[in-house]
Structure formats: C-alpha cells, structure tokens
Design a protein around this ligand. Structure first.
Ligand code: FAD
Length: 570
C-alpha cells in the first residue's frame, strides 16, 4: 500500500506515525510545502516572547528523525499543486528548484491546515504587518523585533493567538494595544466571563479597544498609522508593527480544485471515518468541517487535539480499523501572564443561537483550601440543558488550577454527564491542591440548588430592570465596609451575619433580590429568608461579576448596563 500525506504538521504527522505503527510495509510519503514538519505551532508565540529560548525546541520531529524512527519519506519544500483522483496521482512542485513531478497513491490523506485571514484592508501588505501561522512567520516577527527595535505594537483580533501575542510582545518590551471588533476578547467566552480578562489585561498594561475595527493602515518612514473605527468615533493609532490575528480559514484551494466536497466556508466535508467525497481520499485537521459534539451541528473548530486525533483515525481506517471521530467540543485553554482561561462545550451565546433551552450559573471558588497559602479564586460559568440536565458547556477564568477543573468538566461533557453528576465526582484533595468540595463539585451543588429551586437566581443583566419603586426589596448582604466601598444603586445593606435579627426591617409581602460579593453569602441569606417565608432571589455571580462587567462597559464608552444591547443576556 502506498499512502501519500499532504501537510506534515499536527494531523499529517499524526496520521503518518500511526500508519507506520499499523503497517510496517506500507510506503508512506509526507509532502510539506514549508521547510519544517511536526513543529509546535502552539509554542510559536512563546518563542517570540522569549519564554521558549531555543528555536530547535519547537521542532518535535525532523525529516531525518521521522525517517529513522518511522521509515517515512518526508519531502519538505514540496508543494502539492494538483490531485487527479481518476488516475490516483498528485502533482508536486519541488520549491527548491521549481520542478514538478507526479506521484501515485493508493490512499491520500489531506491535512493542509488553515491559513490566517487577511482582510482586504488598505495597507495590509505592509512589511510591518505580520500574521502568525508557522516557523518562518515566527522568525520574521522575531527578527523584526530584534533588528528594528519596535516600541509599539497593535494586535488586531483578540482571539487565542491575538491574546497570546499580546502577552508575548509585552514581555518582549513593547507597548501593546489589542483592537477587537466584538464586545469581548476570546470568542469562546461569553461577554460576562470575559469581563475578568478585560480587567486583568488592562492591569497588565495592555491597552484594549473593544467594538473597534482597523479601517486602514498607512506606512510611514518609521512605523504605521492605523485608522480605527471605535464605538466613540474614528481615531488613528501610531504603532511600529501590527499583528493581524482575526482568525483562520481552511487552506483548501487544492481540495476544491480536485472537486472534493467542501462547505460554503471551504471546509472539507468528511464522514466520521475521515473519508472525503472521493474514494481513497481522507481529510483531517483544521481543513475539515466537524460536528459540534454538543449541538450536532457542523462547525469549524481549529484545534491541535482534534487534528491529532483525526490523523490517527484516518490511519486506522486506511488500515482497516473502523475507528470513528464523534465530534469536537472545543476544549481549549489559554495563558495570559498569570491568568488561565479555559472553555469547553458551548457558551451561552451558542446555546441561545442553537435554540436550546438551557440554564446557567456562576461559581467563585478557591483553587485550593483557603487556609493553605496561595489560594486564588476562579470564576466558573456552567450551562446545562434545562430538560435533560446534561452539561452543555463550561468557562473558567482564574489563576491556579483552572486547567485541571476544565479537563474534569471536558471529560464530564464527553461522557454526557448531567450537571448534577458533578456533585458525585470524587476528586483528589489535599490542602495545597484543592478543597474537600472541589470547585467542580461546587458547580454541581449550586446547579442542583437551582434545579431543585432551593435558590432562585437573577442575573447581572436583570439588575437594571429591577423596580426601584419600593415594590421589591433590593438587599446587599455584604459587610458595611464592602457596601461603603461601592454598591449597586437602590440596594440597602444588611450584612448576612445580622440578617436574622433584622428581619423585621424587610417586608414579607415583596420579593427580595439579594446579592453579596460572589453569590455565596447571598445564597445563605436567601435560605434564611426563604426559611422565614420570604420569596428570595440570588444574584448569580454577585457584585464582583456585575462590577467587572460595568467596568468593561465603561471602558467601551457605555456608562449604564441597561444601555448595553448584549446578545448573550437578553
Ligand atoms: P497544520 O498543523 O497547520 O499543518 C498543515 C500543514 O500543511 C502546513 O505546514 C502547510 O504548510 C502544509 N500544506 C498545506 N497545503 C499544502 C500543500 N498543498 N502541499 C504541501 N503542504 C501543504 N491549537 C490548540 O489546540 N492549542 C493551542 O494552544 C494552539 N495554539 C496555536 C498557536 C498558533 C500561533 C497557531 C498558528 C495555531 C495554534 N493552534 C493551537 C492550532 C493548531 O496549531 C492547529 O489546530 C493544528 O496545527 C492543525 O493541524 P493541521 O494538521 O490541520 O494543520
């Protein structure tokens, strides 16, 4: 059997190695347009920032090591320019001399990846404007920093790569501004969960322009003038370099030319065995359409884990093992200085878009036991299906232990756990690592209380709509000092620890809307009130979530939450 693989990084290299392990006799050739194979794309921003010092550390394999260990013929600087599925051949251009040759196949695997989107903005082709996909892009950016000594950088696009680059350019000593078209960074987060990220990125000295887009880039003798439209009007920002990180699109011109079926966005359509519409041609990785594991709808979720798994599955099927890919749930994690941001499953916006009946709650829980030094709180949002109670998605923003909680939640989703199943998970505990009731358990307990109506919730986006005419009681149960430090208009202060003795000050005939800092003390207050015959509602996420959202809105020129046309919250 002769197997040709187009693309020698995540999906392609994974397919090749598995093929060899399954079939010692097969002839396997990888064609890679670039100079390197099997490199760590995910490590590229950290090489630019200096965290990864040695460029060689980015190379997980070389053509020589692949040959030695797997007996695979790796042809770098070989661009596949045509696929002829009738004759089962491909045409390859050797980029070192421009010559072309033909290679035949029994099976063909496509793993061409995705390319950075370069919107048609005037000036986008300036050599001070960069994108980041591969090692040559990385070297270009790093050399520019080392040789031209830029002092300021604009990052356009605040997704994962944009945020990682913001951190790394800041660490490399540049003054950094992130410009993001949407109302929040990191699209996998909901707007409300991104509020903590916005506060933290600002504290880290990175400027952030939300609801803003680059209109034009003008090159000057030194640096760039970048025309930006913002919520408050147009402005021009000067910068010495610009990183364009507004997303990626499948690199599938070759596949489309070969009449392999693709969707309207150019993603190759495969079945669960990674087979394309043309016999003996398989496709994997960022180039393909996947099923969203939660909604079952087609999706574009370009991540390394799925690409690697799909490469293995394609190899299995080529070798007669019927393994199947059953969807991508989008588990991802991101470092921003000391902060960790993780997501899995769908967020609230997607749940809404998909027409799902869902419920949600927020938890603010310690990374480990509070009495052991160094504990830091993490903010968790979980979303579940109202009918089946299945966990649909989770988002966590924090500093320590976020990744392990996110992996537990990702696993729970994969095994189709109910949100209430989280209460039963027996997770490792000792004071330096966690709490006897882990944040994941806490998410289950809080949701269980919501489902069983032990607590009724209201949300940050409901606060402005609550009547201030005396028809309801608005109660802040934080300490007097916390209240005096800042509070929501219209709320009165009775600290939770004196609440029982002051019940006579609260009318039993009106609903009581309660909040504290994070939602825990107000939950206790609600239990006290409910136990005494009151109709009580708890502000999920508490004052801290509300105040951070308010801060994000103010920095975007929106002074009142009620003026915000927030999609995910109406
Ligand atoms: P790729 O790994 O992109 O490989 C495709 C290869 O195919 C390319 O090298 C290309 O040159 C080659 N090719 C294309 N067409 C041809 C042709 N016609 N002939 C020959 N060769 C061809 N994902 C995560 O999960 N976590 C992260 O932290 C993360 N960080 C990232 C950071 C950066 C800067 C980038 C760019 C990506 C990051 N990703 C991350 C995404 C992850 O790298 C991709 O999802 C993954 O590499 C996709 O694998 P792939 O095999 O589909 O494509």
């Amino acid at each position: 059997m002769k197997v040709l693989i187009i693309g020698g990084v995540a999906g392609g290299a994974s397919a090749a190695a598995r093929l060899r392990r399954l079939d010692e006799k097969a002839e396997i050739i990888i064609f890679e347009r670039g100079e390197y194979i099997s490199y760590a794309n995910c490590g590229l921003p950290y090489f630019i920032g200096g965290e990864i010092k040695n460029q060689a550390a980015l190379l997980l394999q070389t053509p020589q090591s692949f040959k030695a260990r797997f007996n695979i013929d790796v042809r770098v600087k070989n661009d596949v320019v045509e696929i002829d599925s009738k004759s089962k051949t491909i045409t390859v251009r050797d980029l070192s001399d421009g010559s072309e040759y033909i290679e035949s196949y029994d099976k063909l695997v496509l793993s061409p990846g995705a390319e950075p989107v370069k919107p048609p903005i005037p000036g986008i082709n300036s050599d001070k404007v960069f994108t980041l996909r591969n090692i040559p892009d990385t070297i270009k950016i790093k050399s520019y920093i080392e040789n031209s000594h830029p002092k300021t950088a604009v990052i356009t696009g605040g997704g994962y790569i944009g945020v990682e680059m913001a951190e790394n350019l800041k660490k490399a000593g540049l003054d950094v501004t992130v410009i993001e078209l949407a109302d929040h960074l990191i699209g996998a987060l909901d707007f409300d969960m991104a509020a903590d990220v916005h506060s933290y990125i600002a504290e880290s000295g990175i400027k952030l322009l939300l609801n803003s887009g680059v209109k034009e880039i003008t090159e000057k003798d030194e640096g760039l003038d970048i025309a930006v439209s913002t919520a408050s009007g147009d402005k021009t920002i000067g910068a010495d370099m610009l990183i364009m990180s507004v997303g990626v699109r499948p690199d599938t011109a070759l596949a489309k030319k070969a009449k392999i079926t693709a969707n309207a966005h150019g993603s190759i359509i495969t079945d669960s065995h990674m087979k394309t519409s043309i016999p003996d041609i398989y496709a994997v990785g960022d180039a393909i359409e996947v099923n969203n594991f939660i909604t079952g709808k087609s999706a574009f979720i370009p991540l390394a884990g799925p690409a690697n798994k799909q490469g293995r599955i394609a190899a299995d099927n080529i070798c007669g093992i019927e393994s199947e890919y059953n969807g991508t749930q989008g588990s991802s994690v991101l470092k921003l200085f000391d902060m960790t941001i993780g997501t899995t499953g769908i967020n609230e916006s997607s749940a809404k878009n998909s027409g799902l009946a869902y419920d949600k709650t927020y938890i603010y829980s310690g990374s480990h036991a509070g009495y052991y030094p160094g504990a830091k709180n993490m903010s968790i949002k979980v979303i579940w299906d109202k009918d089946s109670k299945k966990l649909l998605g989770a988002q966590i923003v924090g500093f320590d232990g976020v990744d392990k909680r996110m992996d537990v939640l990702a696993t729970a989703i994969r095994f189709e756990a109910k949100i209430t199943d989280l209460t039963t998970l027996e997770l490792c505990y000792a004071p330096p690592f966690g709490s006897a009731k882990d944040p994941v358990n806490m998410a289950g307990y809080v949701a269980e209380n919501v489902i069983s109506r032990k607590v009724k919730q209201f949300f940050w986006h409901d606060v402005a709509k609550l009547p201030r005419d005396g028809s309801v009681t608005l109660l802040d149960v934080r300490t007097v000092a916390e209240f005096e430090n800042g509070h929501i208009g219209g709320f009165i202060n009775i600290p939770v620890d004196v609440l029982r003795s002051k019940l006579d000050q609260i009318s039993k005939d009106k609903p009581v809307f309660v909040h504290c800092h994070s939602g825990l003390r107000s939950y206790i207050a609600c239990r006290i009130l409910s136990g005494n015959g009151y109709d009580c509602y708890n502000l999920a996420g508490g004052w801290r979530l509300y105040a951070n959202i308010e801060k994000t809105l103010k920095s975007s020129g929106i002074n009142k939450i009620e003026d915000y046309p927030c999609y995910s919250c109406r």
